[in-house]
Design a protein around this ligand. Structure first.
Ligand code: ZN
Length: 186
């Protein structure tokens, strides 16, 4: 089932998501729906809060990106960053912030402890685009968006676009969640 995606200024995107205590039948359904919603929106990563579920679950599939055709999809539950290496700057986008892109500096490689969809624990090392997408999605679990990590002067350039999304002026090729009423006085 394709789930509507929450967009910038929706409260659920700013909440710290809760860890999962164990696998259950709803997890399988959630993960399936997240992959379907992500692919429908032509995304390469999606975190559960983006579909309104405040749990520490994320999915990644970068096999649509040039040069990554062989990459396997990833289900990451309760991720815990063990270590990072290097730094790189890369342009990011986000299904929750349609049509906005910006350069973000992040570690270029990470070591991650996480559980898969069967709740089995793994320790993995990731680099290049995989490390980038994982860190972007892990940020979502902590209520953080890529625009928060942009340099202030670059962030200023996109403020009007963010304001427009806040007002509900969004056009996407995928369903978005109904916006909470926008209060001009806020
Ligand atoms: Zn995102």
């Amino acid at each position: 089932m394709i789930l509507p995606i929450n967009t910038y200024s929706d409260e659920v995107l700013r909440r710290k998501a809760k860890p999962l205590k164990g696998p259950d039948i709803q997890l399988e359904e959630l993960v399936g729906n997240m992959f379907e919603s992500m692919r429908n929106a032509e995304g390469i990563g999606l975190a559960a809060p983006q579909v309104g579920v405040s749990l520490r679950v994320l999915v990644v599939d970068i096999s649509v990106a040039d040069g990554y055709e062989g990459a396997s999809p990833l289900v990451v539950i309760n991720p815990h960053l063990l270590g990072v290496k290097g730094f790189s700057s890369m342009e990011e986008g986000c299904l929750s912030i349609p049509e906005v892109r910006g350069e973000v500096v992040r570690p270029s490689a990470i070591q991650l402890k996480y559980r898969d969809e069967h709740f089995e624990e793994h320790i993995g090392e990731f680099d290049r685009l995989t490390a980038r997408v994982l860190q972007h999605e892990i940020d979502h679990l902590d209520g953080m968006l890529f625009v928060d990590r942009m340099q202030r002067r670059n962030r200023r350039k996109i403020q009007r676009e963010l304001d427009a999304i806040t007002r509900g002026e969004i056009s996407t090729g995928y369903p978005v969640a109904a916006h909470e009423a926008y209060d001009e006085a806020k």
